[in-house]
Design a protein around this ligand. Structure first.
Ligand code: SF4
Length: 309
């Protein structure tokens, strides 16, 4: 590349497709077999170091450890990623999780939270669809009687000296109106979740049509244009705009609560800045989730796949 670009986020796909949740909109989930300890997937560490250097040289400020499945299923691998990242001194390092293991096995994960904080982790981003436990249970844990205690999870993470972001997927029948957004903002503020991101679930597309369950769910639950506009208007009227992020998302202060209105899959081909680079465990380094052609570096050969959001 001739000119320096500004990379906003360096996303790292940690773990495998294994997940302990069953979100109906997820195309990459893989059921965890009961009683079988899943094998930690191999990582192409050579290409990871190249991706770290590239992100650092292009002024990346934020690293996001995420996954096609749930990254906390492989906590030792999260530790290895953080150890490798540490010399690069990225200011913000975040872990995207459904929070289930941290909540259900706090005794096991508390030492990890401590060591991850020492290794530079700054933020735990918890995926949700609602402030009501039953709504979250329907999406994340339909095979269980109860969802986790979200308020207690936030307290646990905060007590370990880490920031919390609630990342809420907006969908029809869940958070789908200004009134529900207002209550979600109250919930975040009351429970000390410093940041709240609102992202509408993707409309069904060709890719999802390969997974009938995910396609049907998003067809039935994506927000209408009017619903999304009403929510945007509510946040805009009741909040103070603070910052427009590189990819067009807007950050507001709404009654003292940080709220980010996000649109997950926007493509800005003419932008000079690169929104994201994404490292995959096989060593592929890409710059859009949804386009196989957006590749910077090829790793070990692998089967083709992509992530919902
Ligand atoms: S969306 Fe995330 S939490 Fe839900 S099943 Fe997929 S990987 Fe798991």
């Amino acid at each position: 590349m001739e000119n320096a670009v500004r990379i906003q986020t360096f996303s790292i796909v940690a773990g495998s497709e294994a997940c302990n949740a069953r979100c109906p909109f997820c195309i990459s989930k893989m059921t965890l077999p009961f009683g079988v300890e899943p094998k930690e997937p191999d990582v192409n560490w050579r290409n990871f170091e190249i991706a770290c250097r590239f992100a650092k040289q292009n002024n990346c400020t934020t690293v996001m450890l995420t996954g096609k499945g749930e990254p906390t299923i492989f906590p030792e691998q999260v530790t290895k990623f953080l150890e490798t990242l540490r010399p690069y001194e990225f200011p913000f390092t975040e872990l995207q999780t459904n929070g289930i293991l941290i909540s259900e096995k706090t005794d096991v994960y508390s030492p990890y939270l401590n060591s991850w904080r020492e290794l530079g982790l700054t933020t735990i981003a918890v995926s949700i669809v609602h402030y009501e436990p039953e709504k979250n249970r329907q999406v994340y844990l339909p095979y269980k009687k109860e969802y986790i205690d979200l308020a207690r999870l936030i307290t646990t993470v905060r007590r370990h000296g880490l920031s919390v972001r609630l990342t809420c997927i907006l969908s029809n029948g869940f958070i789908d109106s200004p009134e529900k957004v207002k209550r979600l903002i109250q919930f975040a503020r009351e429970h000390d979740a410093g940041q709240l991101t609102l992202t509408p679930v993707n409309k069904p597309d060709e890719e999802l049509s390969q997974n009938k369950e995910a396609w049907n769910w998003t067809k039935d639950h994506h927000l209408s244009d009017d619903q999304w506009k009403e929510i945007q208007t509510y946040v805009h009227v009741n909040g103070n705009p603070l910052m427009r992020l590189v990819h067009g998302a807007m950050v507001y202060d709404v009654s003292g609560q940080n709220v980010c209105l996000n649109n997950c899959l926007s493509v800005q081909a003419d932008a000079e800045d690169m929104r994201n680079i994404i490292f995959f465990p096989n060593g592929d380094v890409r710059f859009y989730w949804q386009y196989p052609g957006a590749i910077l570096l090829q790793g070990w050969p692998q089967k083709k796949d992509s992530k919902t959001c």
